[in-house]
Design a protein around this ligand. Structure first.
Ligand SMILES: NC(=O)c1ccc[n+]([C@@H]2O[C@H](COP(=O)([O-])OP(=O)(O)OC[C@H]3O[C@@H](n4cnc5c(N)ncnc54)[C@H](OP(=O)(O)O)[C@@H]3O)[C@@H](O)[C@H]2O)c1
Length: 339
């Protein structure tokens, strides 16, 4: 099969290559999935799990990418709950070969059915940002209706998802980012926007929760705008800043099938949309990893671009148009026209 691999940590993104690899085998309780759409995170090459297994042994050449939508093609010994031919989507183990390939072996417990009217591209784009936003807001941030939340990076992939979910839950949403992200943040549900380069963060007053995707000094200063007893949730690593009488939680997203089902249901009824900025073929994935220009929104690799995954282009189907391959555009606008 074709796969993207990395072998040399020091080489960074310049070491990303498209090669031929043997197809993976399904271990106990695994399935093999033929990948139709794959997502990756730009800083994956800095994660220890990209280079070593759980006991620290070198596992290169390794295949990056941990978000997928595709079709089950094989079941491992003892696997239950999924069947061959089933459309699925989900998150794969950080320490195993990932999804920038034609096939992946993944634990069945990490996957959930992808409804027949949701395109593989949309499914793959929902997994990581959707779960991260959900877990940050509701599992860790305990957000509920009537509260206020400051979402950093609100025009970005995770922030745009967090803004929509928080708003839908009845919270008041203040987005932040660079000046150029203002309109995108508002379009994705933020009710106010703080331009972090030109406005003063501290002027927002007090909020119940800060959802941080930027880290550093921005995360530190954020503790000061949180109401006593409130929460600072961050996905950028440990942070010493603490809100007065409250908690700081840094976390890494985990697979959660019930949450994925909730998220995709919202997409189907038009209450949630993905923030996709670029769709490229697997043959162009090396270039997608190595981009010099900054892409706004999620990059999705269409491993099987000829197949939208939809039974037919029936009305209401949530899909990506074929002409979107390799074309950079404001995907969110296109998605809206289909939702
Ligand atoms: N722990 C976890 O489980 C987990 C899960 C998912 C993601 N993450 C991490 O979360 C981070 C964000 O991911 P993402 O996919 O949402 O990235 P993204 O799409 O690039 O979003 C980040 C947003 O923040 C803005 N931003 C960044 N630095 C800024 C600054 N100094 N001042 C103002 N605005 C700034 C960006 O603006 P520009 O586009 O203009 O730079 C962008 O709008 C990444 O570091 C990722 O690795 C962690």
């Amino acid at each position: 099969m074709k796969a993207i691999v990395v072998t040399d940590k020091a080489a960074g993104t310049a070491g990303v290559k498209l090669v031929e690899r043997p197809e993976p085998q399904a271990a106990i309780n695994d399935v093999v999935v033929q990948i139709h759409a794959s997502g990756f995170t730009g800083d994956e090459l800095t994660w220890p799990s990209t280079w070593t297994d759980r006991v620290g042994r070198d596992r290169t050449p390794s295949i990056p990418g941990h978000e997928l939508a595709g079709v089950v093609t094989a079941l491992g010994y003892g696997t239950t709950g999924l069947s061959i031919g089933q459309r699925v989507f989900g998150l794969t183990d950080w320490y195993r070969d990932g999804t920038l390939a034609e096939y992946v072996a993944v634990e069945a417990r990490n996957l959930t059915p992808l409804p027949g009217d949701v395109d593989f591209t949309v499914g793959a784009a929902l997994v990581m940002p959707g779960l991260t936003a959900w877990q940050g807001l509701f599992d860790h941030g305990r957000l509920h209706a009537g509260q206020s939340v400051l979402v950093h990076g609100a025009a970005g992939v995770v922030g745009s998802m967090a803004s929509q979910l928080a708003r839908e839950a009845g919270a008041y949403v203040i987005g932040t980012g660079r000046a150029g992200g203002r309109q995108t943040a508002l379009d994705f549900g933020a009710q106010e926007f703080v331009d972090l380069d030109n406005d003063t963060l501290e002027d927002v007053g007090e909020v119940d929760l800060v959802f941080d995707v930027i880290g550093g000094d921005i995360a530190k200063r954020s503790a000061g705008v949180i109401r006593a007893g409130g929460t600072l949730v961050t996905v950028t690593g440990p942070n010493e800043a603490r809100p007065s009488g409250g908690l700081t939680i840094d976390f890494v997203v985990v697979p959660d099938l019930a949450q994925l089902s909730e998220l995709v249901q919202r997409v189907r009824v038009g209450r949630l949309r993905t923030n996709i900025g670029n769709v490229a073929a697997l043959d162009d994935a090396v270039a997608a990893f190595n981009r010099t220009a900054r892409i706004k929104g999620k990059t999705i690799i269409r491993v099987h671009p000829e197949d939208s995954g939809l039974p037919s282009a029936h009305e209401g189907a949530i899909h990506a148009p074929k002409e979107s391959l390799d074309v950079e555009h404001d995907y969110a606008d296109r998605f809206l026209s289909h939702a």
